[in-house]
Design a protein around this ligand. Structure first.
Ligand code: CTP
Ligand code: CA
Length: 226
């Protein structure tokens, strides 16, 4: 289905989506980051808006045009993304974590640019765990709120996805196999939508918009009737 022909089955619903990848500061000019483009999250925002939702897009370090009619909140680190998501989720009917959140951050970011010194090897970078935002949002969900996660796996996609879904406590987990050029930065994706209620919906390789629409189909089916 094209976006223009979308039925307004998300009218009157508020949705919040995270997109992109977090950056964890080492010093004022350097960070640990990842290759997430944000394209899948932006496709989710566009399709939800086209289906009538009021959309907040928490965008971590993306370089994509802001979708028309969508509220975009730029964030940098996982800590900033967490704060923005918690705030927006408190008012949302559905929450989708499509962002790639760094699992670890530098333990001791410094306020001045790190300098090299002749003949001195650099110190190793000590890391600490970031909070699991999806697990937190799932644990704090409002009655009837639908919480969705994404997972890219390189092996044991379905079994690993099922275990991750249970661990996170979300309603839906969209899992896809990575490697071989799929997913990062591309315009297409192939996935399986796993549901906590046991449902399993394979989505064939196609535009990220098409996968986004299948995710909203699964969300709409689980939202309480208004
Ligand atoms: N996620 C999150 N907070 C984190 C890490 C991940 O909210 N600190 C979310 C991601 O946005 C995604 C989902 O959890 O929706 C799954 O991410 P993934 O990296 O696959 O899960 P992890 O629990 O970090 O497992 P792994 O050790 O395989 O990376
Ligand atoms: Ca991870």
């Amino acid at each position: 289905r094209g976006v223009a022909a979308a039925t307004p089955d998300l009218a009157g619903r508020r949705v919040v989506i995270s997109a992109g990848g977090t950056r964890e500061p080492l010093d004022p000019v350097r960070y640990l980051g990842n290759h997430s483009s944000g394209k899948q999250g932006y496709a989710l925002a566009r399709t939800a808006q086209a289906r009538g939702a009021e959309v907040t897009l928490v965008a971590a370090n993306t370089a994509l045009p802001a979708p028309a009619g969508v509220t975009v909140e730029p964030v940098g680190s996982a800590e900033e993304l967490r704060a923005a998501m918690r705030k927006a989720a408190a008012e949302a009917d559905a929450v989708v974590m499509a962002a790639a959140v760094a699992d670890f951050r530098p333990a001791n970011p410094v306020g001045q640019k790190i300098k090299k010194r002749d003949g001195v090897d650099p110190d190793p970078i000590a890391l600490v765990r970031n909070p699991d935002i999806l697990a937190e949002l799932s644990a704090a969900r409002r009655p009837g709120q639908v919480v969705v996660g994404f997972a890219a796996e390189t092996e044991n996609v379905l079994a690993g996805g099922r275990a991750k879904l249970a661990r996170k406590g979300c309603d839906l987990l969209v899992v896809n196999q990575v490697g071989g050029g799929l997913a990062f930065g591309t315009d297409e994706n192939e996935a399986v939508i796993l549901a906590a209620d046991g449902d399993e919906t394979p989505v064939p390789l196609g535009p990220k918009e098409a996968l986004a629409d299948r995710v909203w189909d699964a969300v709409v089916r689980r939202l309480p009737t208004p």
